[in-house]
Design a binder for this molecule. Structure first.
Ligand SMILES: Nc1ncnc2c1ncn2[C@@H]1O[C@H](COP(=O)(O)OP(=O)(O)OP(=O)(O)O)[C@@H](O)[C@H]1O
Ligand SMILES: [Mg+2]
Length: 313
């Protein structure tokens, strides 16, 4: 190694390291031509083999950076990522188109029969009810797709008004109750009085609808769904608990991803696209809240929301 000496920064360093540092500093200040001095360094007196090797490596690195080599590699990575995203988008488009095709065919076939065939009154009425039900299903899917588009465009905005979350939860539970009863499930309320708060009522109504409809959709007849609410310090917590099959632990990580249907299937052939919970999570996070899941196989699932209490003016 070379001789030890004091360098200008006041620490002990070998002279050849100081020489190397000076060149790198000159380049760093914008004089790229000084890179040639890195290649001259190894030939100079008193420069040890380690510093010579280091000078050459630094020189090579700087020349490659200057040539834009690393930039080209990063551009290739970005292109690959864009390609992956494009494939994912196509896959999602395929799922959406597939999920819309069945109800559209059903509506088309039933309306064709209504027009062309001499059906008895009972069959006509059944067909009209089915068309109404299936149209609602299509509308819900299209609304979900539009919500995803708005969320991803970053233009998702809340319309905050003062209201009561327990009241809203009771209203939404009342809507799902007849559907649950028809399937042989009970919906119970355990709603505590909570203070009024500022929130987007339409959006949180959508959240409760999603959680309640999931609980009913993935549970078997003879079980209960409970929606509860309570005030915990400065947060309002709302939970929807079911006695359904439970979600396998290794699938929980995908629960809130869009277009992700897990291995748990609807128990009465209900519609499932895998969009609901991804929208729910976005709505809750837009309110600065959080959503958690606890699930046990054979026992049931609880989805809990925590929303900050915003008393408003
Ligand atoms: N309460 C639950 N119990 C068991 N599994 C559930 C429950 N809620 C959701 N899941 C699982 O998570 C998946 C994703 O739920 P999510 O609400 O996002 O989609 P979906 O209900 O299948 O379709 P969509 O809400 O778009 O109609 C479901 O397909 C189901 O496999
Ligand atoms: Mg759902």
């Amino acid at each position: 190694m070379g001789n030890k000496d004091h360098n200008p920064r006041g620490t002990i360093a070998s002279k050849d390291f100081v020489a190397l540092a000076d060149i790198i500093e000159t380049i760093a200040k914008g004089n790229f031509a000084a890179v040639d001095r890195l290649y001259e360094l190894p030939g100079q007196d008193g420069i040890g083999p380690e510093v010579s090797a280091l000078a050459e490596s630094v020189g090579m690195l700087l020349v490659r950076i200057e040539a834009g080599d690393f930039h080209i590699e990063r551009a290739a990575e970005v292109e690959e990522r864009l390609q992956e995203l494009n494939e994912l988008k196509n896959e999602h488009l395929g799922i959406a188109a597939h999920d819309l095709r069945n109800p559209i065919s059903a509506v088309r076939n039933m309306s064709q029969m209504l027009v062309e065939m001499d059906l008895d009154d009972k069959t006509r009425e059944d067909f009209l009810h089915s068309i109404y039900r299936v149209s609602n299903q299509m509308l819900a899917l299209v609304n979900d797709l539009l919500d995803v588009a708005v969320i991803e465009s970053g233009k998702f905005e809340l319309a905050l008004t003062k209201g009561n979350l327990s009241t809203l939860a009771a209203e939404r539970a009342a809507v799902i109750k007849p559907i649950a009863h028809e399937k042989g499930l009970l919906v119970d309320l355990s709603l505590e009085g909570v203070p009024d708060s500022m929130f987007d009522a339409a959006r949180l109504g959508q959240v409760f609808d999603n959680l309640l409809s999931n609980a009913v959709k993935f549970s078997h007849p003879g079980t209960s769904v409970v929606i509860s609410s309570r005030l915990v310090e400065d947060h309002i917590e709302i939970a929807v608990a079911d006695q359904g099959p439970g979600i396998p632990k290794d699938e929980l990580g995908n629960l809130f991803s869009k277009f992700e249907k897990l291995s748990v299937q609807p128990t009465a052939g209900e519609h499932s696209t895998g969009l609901g919970l991804s929208i729910v999570k976005n709505i809750i996070e837009a309110h600065d809240g959080s959503i958690d899941v606890e699930s046990e196989i054979g026992v049931g699932t609880v989805l809990s929301i925590s929303l900050p209490l915003r008393p408003g003016s």
